[in-house]
Design a protein around this ligand. Sequence first.
Ligand SMILES: NC(=O)c1ccc[n+]([C@@H]2O[C@H](COP(=O)([O-])OP(=O)(O)OC[C@H]3O[C@@H](n4cnc5c(N)ncnc54)[C@H](OP(=O)(O)O)[C@@H]3O)[C@@H](O)[C@H]2O)c1
Length: 313
Amino acid sequence: MEKRTLGRTSLPVTPLCVGTSALGSFPEQYGYAVGTDVAVATIRRTFAGPINFIDTSNEYGHGGDSERRIGIAIREAGGLPPGFVLATKVDPLPGSSDFSGDRVRRSVEESLERLGLERLQIVYLHDPEKMTFEAGMASGGAVEAMVKMRDEGVIAHLGVAGGPIDLMLRYLSTDLFDSIISHNRYTLVDQSAEPLIETCMARDVGFVNAAPYGGGMLVKGPDAVPRYCYAPASAATLTRVRAMEALCKAHDVPLAAAALQFSTRDARVASTIVGMSTPARLDETLALLDHPIDETLWAELRPFIEPGRSGVI
Ligand SMILES: NC(=O)c1ccc[n+]([C@@H]2O[C@H](COP(=O)([O-])OP(=O)(O)OC[C@H]3O[C@@H](n4cnc5c(N)ncnc54)[C@H](OP(=O)(O)O)[C@@H]3O)[C@@H](O)[C@H]2O)c1
């Protein structure tokens, strides 16, 4: 698979990234459990396949099971296979609002231990909307701790991963971050990340787009999943998505292929993170990536995509 450069990190990454929040097993969110065997098999399959980029977080799964299971596969492989890029994120303790510098340092130590690594390639400040920008940037705060760990050589590159675009832009303006993850805001439904993407390009910061299916609606369909970005979708959104689904069907294209390629075909998006729950999802995703879509369908979809420019309606 062709690789793209993740902004000024210079890391070559595939346009697809394996999202591992489900692999930690989180039935409260996903409605099903994922066993250790399935999770480890999914990472094993990733290591054997064309995608070189994996996204996790300290908090995915109960008590860090996403990282722990990725760590099992890494140890089995004798280390992270050459050429692979693994990103994780710093989080407060589950159930706590402690996003202090001390907690962030502990979060990184936990990640290193679970993953069985001595240093981390990319660490994102995860969901910074959990605190104010001022608290995040304060002396003794989360960002200061991350910068120190980067200067100590424990972390190679820093990033921010979150939702609200204005807040992401404020963190970007500090010039401390080499990569950004935005989620659910650059899809067929919502393109409100546009100013963030443009600022990333201007600063040579890698833009990574998570949740191209809006958390499931754009792959399983609006009737099966009438939710967008983990919340009930509005009637207007459901109408738009049903119209896009019908257009795709008329061209014999799965809605999911259009949803995925909307992100991957944009050269500004270094990589697109798709949530994977089984090894089979990897093969399905690769097939959706390769599904032919002609320009006529994109032109027909455009009037239904455009209302999402300023956010979901
Ligand atoms: N703040 C952040 O940093 C942040 C926020 C959101 C997401 N992320 C990252 O992005 C990743 C993806 O986000 P997401 O999982 O919320 O959203 P998503 O990728 O838009 O959607 C995932 C959903 O799509 C379904 N799906 C995926 N491939 C499928 C296929 N081939 N056929 C049928 N269904 C399929 C999955 O179903 P099944 O569950 O049935 O497999 C899952 O419910 C996360 O794992 C995480 O790594 C980061």
